[in-house]
Design a protein around this ligand. Structure first.
Ligand SMILES: O=C(O)C(=O)C[C@]1(C(=O)O)C=C[C@@H](O)C=C1
Length: 109
């Protein structure tokens, strides 16, 4: 028995409803990510000033190593790809280091 046009349309309309609900969750999650990143950068901004005014280096590879190990474990426990988690952290940390260097240059260090 073939699937009628009406059944196809019903299936599609249900799929579109589900897509809408999922996209609403995605939008909430994206908003949370932006707010969390904004808070993290407010914090690292203060770290940048602290480092610049105390002649401390912008980057701390030993700290990054610990962060990467911790995040990889958290990702693995949460069924998230640890390689992706590491790349994501590195992406953020590189940007933070860029900000730290800019603050140090402004401060004259
Ligand atoms: O913890 C620090 O020392 C920071 O400057 C913050 C931070 C980070 O974004 O987590 C950034 C650069 C360092 O290399 C390590 C960590």
């Amino acid at each position: 028995m073939s699937v009628s046009e009406a059944e196809i349309q019903l299936g599609q309309s249900r799929a579109l409803e589900e897509l809408k609900a999922l996209r609403s969750s995605i939008d909430n999650i994206d908003a949370a990510l932006v707010h969390m990143l904004a808070e993290r950068f407010k914090c690292t901004q203060k770290v940048g000033v602290l480092k610049a005014t105390n002649d401390l280096p912008a980057a701390d590879p030993a700290r990054e190593k610990i962060q990467i190990e911790r995040l990889r474990q958290l990702a693995s426990d949460a069924q998230l790809d640890p390689d992706f988690a590491e790349k994501f952290l590195n992406f953020i940390v590189r940007e933070v280091i860029r900000h730290h260097e800019a603050i140090a240059a402004e401060t004259g260090n």
